[in-house]
Design a protein around this ligand. Structure first.
Ligand SMILES: Cc1cc2nc3c(=O)[nH]c(=O)nc-3n(C[C@H](O)[C@H](O)[C@H](O)COP(=O)(O)OP(=O)(O)OC[C@H]3O[C@@H](n4cnc5c(N)ncnc54)[C@H](O)[C@@H]3O)c2cc1C
Length: 551
């Protein structure tokens, strides 16, 4: 996909559509005479005001009576923070508080709901774990999602939580096709390269290092750090394919789609290690299918709700950590945390023994006082992609040509990823529904991507989403009663070449003066499983320190 220029203020409709969807689509859209008006809707979520105040160096001084003592402060109520909180409570450790900037928990796995159905605002699926991921299996067991083990000891997910058929389809030149690989019209050479790629994936799935570790495992800390595998991080996914002479457009598209879908990066920007991690880490044995996906109408919002219910007595929503101040060089005397609510009306201070920093890592430079004063170089290496997510509330399903509506519906010729259907998992195949449309901004410069994301308001984004989808669904505008937009400025960590196996990532995971770091960022890839792992890891570190026992 080509680089899209930043958009300037006061652009015409055609210029906006051309910037985000390309000139041919913009010209076609602008030549249509009777396009129905845009449906109503709003920009939702992400409280920029308090977030920006924190980034501007917010320094507050709570009065003496606004301070309280606590063992641990967890900063951030996304999957990492909630998982840390659950682990502490399960170990009988109650002396903590979790601060979440937003008025609801879940971070990038948040969801919304309408009178019809719940729907995701970000993360929307989780592959079934392999038997080695014991801690994740225990969460899913607790939630009643696992109904047993097969003969190999692999967990068996209860059918209602597995993505219903049909799972995915792709739209290409006027009709829908089953699956994501475009078999229709593929040449013998295309098919040979597709098979060769799958054979290479199988080889990497079977690969073990001297310690018996897989090349790519989830969580990635359990996979191999052997140079034969980690050297893949020095290349882009495109270069890796080029070295094999694999230039099939269909194969490149499939891999590019995978990179954009999981990382918000194109095939030319993604580390080959990360690209292969996507294809290999979810396959149990060579030659078998990838692990089945678990999903819910609200996506990973289901997992958020469960975790939040367990720990909510400890959570303070709408309270942002403003500053984290270690009180002695070794962190032994503790860590002070100041906090402020979204309206700036309420401030609080916590004298804590330890802090779990479960907010995106780039924020550590703005919140941790010694980092503010003297920014460590490793934090600057954490780069984030920007994403737009739109929820379209439809009064009826669009008509289809070709393969029928699936859970995941992808447009081959679009810079966006297409949409998932919230009612799919409920078995409602007719009538009103909600489509969740995903658009990652893959510009080379992440700051440029962010400013482009924010320069388009609700109406521009609504027009972009509806125009894009009208390639496959010409009547989409008249079917959409409402369209809300979420703009994720720092949506997810970008696993560009050299980052996943960098010293910067290793340095970031080390505790600093009583502060332990937990966030999916610390794995270099944005996944539920990684956030969950780091939450439990940091809680375990603190429990081991406080009791002298490793848990
Ligand atoms: C559009 C999109 C789609 C995705 N799809 C998937 C998917 O399908 N499957 C998947 O596995 N992953 C997906 N992801 C990745 C997802 O980010 C991870 O799965 C996971 O939810 C990350 O959790 P986290 O706790 O590490 O971070 P976050 O979700 O970033 O949570 C961090 C929390 O810290 C809070 N915070 C920030 N600053 C402060 C402060 N100063 N004080 C207090 N709190 C603060 C934030 O408000 C937030 O709630 C997706 C991400 C996005 C953006």
């Amino acid at each position: 996909m080509g680089r899209i220029p930043s958009i300037r203020p006061n652009l015409t409709r055609r210029e906006v559509l051309a910037a985000f969807l390309g000139l041919p689509v913009a010209l076609t859209a602008c030549n249509q005479r009777h396009a129905p008006p845009l449906p109503p809707g709003e920009i939702v979520g992400a409280s920029d005001v308090i977030g920006h105040r924190v980034r501007d160096g917010l320094r507050i001084t709570p009065t003496q009576d606004q301070w309280q003592r606590t063992g641990v402060v967890i900063v951030g109520g996304g999957i990492a923070g909630l998982s840390a909180a659950r682990h502490l409570l399960d170990a009988g450790f109650n002396d903590f508080v979790l601060l979440e900037l937003e008025r609801e928990a879940g971070g990038t796995a948040r969801s919304g709901s309408s009178s019809l159905v719940a729907y995701p605002w970000g993360a929307h699926y989780l592959p079934a774990p392999m038997k080695e991921n014991i801690k994740l299996i225990s969460l899913l067991d607790e939630m009643g999602i696992i109904e047993g083990r097969d003969d190999d000891g692999e967990p068996v997910v209860a059918e209602q939580f597995l993505c219903r058929d049909p799972e995915e389809r792709v739209f290409f030149r006027g009709r829908w096709y089953e699956g994501l690989y475009l078999h229709a019209g593929a040449s013998p050479e295309d098919l040979a390269q597709f098979e060769a790629f799958n054979t290479e994936v199988s080889r990497l799935v079977a690969w073990r290092d001297g310690r018996g570790r897989r090349a790519f495992a989830i969580p990635l800390a359990t996979g191999s750090d052997d140079a034969e595998i980690t050297d893949l991080d020095k290349l882009t996914m495109s270069e890796w394919l080029e070295r094999r002479g694999w230039r099939s457009q269909r194969l490149r598209w499939l891999i590019d789609y995978g990179c954009r879908d999981d990382y918000g990066l194109t095939i030319d920007q993604t580390s080959a290690w990360a690209g292969l991690f996507y294809f290999c880490s979810r396959v149990t044995r060579p030659g078998t299918e990838a692990q089945p996906l678990m999903t819910w109408p609200e996506g990973n919002g289901r997992l958020v709700s469960y975790l939040y219910e367990k720990v909510k007595s400890k959570v303070r929503l709408g309270l942002a950590a403003a500053e984290i101040i270690p009180t002695d060089p070794n962190g032994r005397a503790g860590v002070d945390v100041t906090a402020m609510d979204q309206d700036g009306e309420h401030v609080a201070g916590f004298h804590a023994d330890r802090v779990i920093f479960a907010a995106p890592h780039f924020l550590s430079n703005y919140v941790i006082r010694p980092y503010r004063d003297n920014r460590p170089a490793h934090v600057g290496e954490f780069q984030y992609g920007a994403w737009m997510v739109a929820n379209l509330f439809l009064n009826e399903r669009p008509k289809d040509r070709g393969f029928p509506l699936a859970w995941d519906n992808v447009l081959y010729e679009s810079p966006a990823l297409g949409y998932v259907v919230a009612t799919h998992q409920r078995g409602l195949d007719r009538g009103p529904t909600v489509f969740t449309y995903y658009y990652p901004l893959c510009d080379v410069d992440p700051r440029e991507a962010r400013s482009k994301l924010l320069s388009a308001g609700r109406d521009e984004w609504a027009d972009i989403a509806l125009t894009d989808l009208s390639r496959a669904h010409p009547e989409i505008r008249s079917l959409t009663d409402r369209l809300d937009v979420m703009r994720w400025g720092h949506a997810m960590i970008r696993p560009r070449p050299g980052f996943v196996w960098s010293d910067a990532r290793r340095a970031a995971a080390k505790p600093f003066r009583g502060i332990h770091f937990a966030h999916t960022d610390l794995s270099g890839v944005p996944l539920f499983e990684e956030a969950f792992y780091h939450g439990i890891r940091t809680a375990g570190e603190i429990l081991a320190e406080t009791s002298g026992v490793s848990r």
